[in-house]
Design a protein around this ligand. Structure first.
Ligand SMILES: [Zn+2]
Length: 319
């Protein structure tokens, strides 16, 4: 039997460290925008829109109805909210924050229940990404195709959530096994997926973050500092739907760092832009700062990188 394409990382016994939220009334630390590309590394990538498309008079071996990829004004698009939710889950793990997106069946220890709205002190992830009544300091733009992105209608097994939970779940696995026929049948559905190599552009806006907090977000994107102090890819995060079917593995690339000038609590009408090697070096420094004094939990980081690096094949059956 093939291994299951996910990794359980237990919720630590230690409660999240909580602090008063960082206000946005004055500007301090780093405010700016990180431009970057997202490249599809698995065979397929799918973000659903909730909409369907159909083909009247489809041949017997052809799909009649399929779930469409998300679009904005007719163009393929990965909503910023999808990116934010996916990256937040990695940040929650890496900073021992509260668990904000637990399923109904999922057990979350009291210590890690979502920070309540009225709380005067909140965890790192809530402070960065926000929660009800608190806007947060990290925002994702919708990602749009960087060039022509190809799509394909793919047949997949229906997805069954594992019955037991053993902590936080992260999907690994990169080899999609094609199904033998394209006929509609029970327990299967068709989705419009972007194929490997598809490239999107997006941006992450940040306000009043410290270098180590920006470093934490960059770790969550799958980046790390290599032996020579340069920026390297540590793992490919998974985003979007059909992850148990080995969809959704992406690589973030080509960062450009835009920093706004700040003086006496106000934004200045000036901007510094770091491109190419300067941008890579800058991000590497932020990650190094995060590992040294920042909110990164090194044990969780090690488990994640090791677990996701081992690319397992995806199982074919239902489980
Ligand atoms: Zn929280």
């Amino acid at each position: 039997m093939s291994p299951k394409p996910f990794l359980w990382i237990p919720v630590p016994q230690q409660a999240p460290r909580k602090q008063a939220p960082v206000g946005l009334e004055v500007f301090r630390n780093l405010t700016g925008r990180l431009d970057l590309s997202l490249v599809v590394e698995s065979a397929y990538f799918y973000v659903g829109s909730g909409a369907y498309e159909y083909k009247a008079g489809a041949r017997p071996n052809e799909p009649e109805v399929w779930h469409t990829f998300a679009r904005r004004e007719g163009q393929l698009c990965i909503p910023g909210t999808s990116l934010k939710g996916a990256i937040r889950a990695f940040v929650e793990l890496l900073s021992n924050s509260c668990v904000s997106q637990a399923g109904r069946q999922e057990f979350v220890p009291m210590s890690h229940k979502q920070c309540p709205e009225s709380a005067g002190e909140i965890c790192v992830a809530c402070s960065l990404f926000g929660r009800t009544g608190w806007r947060g300091r990290i925002h994702f733009a919708d990602a749009t195709p960087a060039a022509e992105v190809r799509t394909q209608i793919v047949k997949i097994n229906e997805l069954w959530a594992p019955r037991r939970t053993q902590g936080r779940k992260f999907y690994s696995g990169n080899q999609y096994k094609p199904l033998s026929n394209l006929q509609p049948e029970r327990n299967h559905r068709f989705v419009e997926a972007v194929t490997k190599g598809g490239r999107f552009n997006t941006a992450i806006f940040f306000e009043n973050v410290r270098a180590e907090e920006l470093g934490l977000v960059c770790c969550a994107l799958g980046w790390d500092v290599g032996d020579k102090g340069t920026l390297v890819t540590a793992y490919y995060p998974k985003i979007g739907g059909a992850k148990p079917r080995c969809f959704g593995m992406v690589r973030f690339a080509s960062p450009v760092v835009n920093l706004w000038g700040v003086s006496s609590g106000s934004l200045l009408p000036s901007r510094t832009q770091k491109t190419g090697k300067d941008a890579l070096d800058y991000i590497a420094q932020c990650i190094a700062a995060c590992k040294k004094n920042g909110p990164l939990v090194l044990d969780a980081w090690k488990r994640l990188v090791e677990g996701l690096r081992a690319g397992t094949a995806c199982p074919e059956g239902l489980y």
